[in-house]
Design a protein around this ligand. Sequence first.
Ligand code: GTP
Ligand code: MG
Length: 254
Amino acid sequence: MTISENLVVHLGQAGCQSGLACWELFCLEHGIYPDGTLATEFGHTRKVSETGVFFNETARCKYVPRAIFFDFDVDVINDIRTGSYRQLYNLDMLVSGKEDAANNFARGFFTMGREFIDCIMDKFRHEVESVDHLTGLMVLRSVCGGTGSGFGSLLLQKVYQDHPKVPKVSIEVNPSPRLSTAAVEPYNCVLACHASMDYSDVDVIYENECCYSMFIRHLENSKQIWFPTPGFTFHWFLMGLYSLTRGSIMIGTL
Ligand SMILES: Nc1nc2c(ncn2[C@@H]2O[C@H](COP(=O)(O)OP(=O)(O)OP(=O)(O)O)[C@@H](O)[C@H]2O)c(=O)[nH]1
Ligand SMILES: [Mg+2]
């Protein structure tokens, strides 16, 4: 059986924030502490082949997520640099710019995107060289803002040119009619779909409003007095999404 080695790229605010929830979940599943050490005292006996699906092992027996975080805005990446999981990540793979793309697809795809794409592609190549054979790429982003939609599409295009056969899964927050933060979100979404449809193999769509209404419906039925936070709904969505990655652990392909 081929050992599966996947890379996860988190783009923009939604992509990076969901990344935190995502790696928290991966750490729990593989029995890894927030500082990257293996929790052997609880009897976690994961095979190296399983942990290697998403983590690189260092010479000091620490597990480092095979992930790149990028946002044009510095605040979101700074939160990761100073957050409770800061020791887990490779700081070289946390990249930020100075100002966000202002919900503008063109800024992410053309002007600002062109400045950063070589830097991110270098990080990407570095991660690819650290594994024997890259078996899958997951991109987490929202297609509502400028970074996720514009830069995400540019990155998928570049990666496709270098690695056309590597399966690519794009996990996207789509605009919601009432919860959107900018009026241009549907335009960014359409432009991003058009620019990346030929370069990703699977698109998984997450929609905030839809997720909320499912929760509210469930809460009404179960008569519970409790309202989910956006962070909680994302955790819940990622648990469902996590089933996608089971294939790569069990069978070897994403
Ligand atoms: N569920 C969820 N949605 C989010 C989160 N952060 C942002 N969003 C949604 O994503 C959309 C905005 O996209 P962002 O990710 O902030 O945009 P961006 O990719 O950073 O792009 P720019 O800020 O324009 O550079 C809005 O519709 C938000 O509702 C999050 O942590 N969870
Ligand atoms: Mg942003």
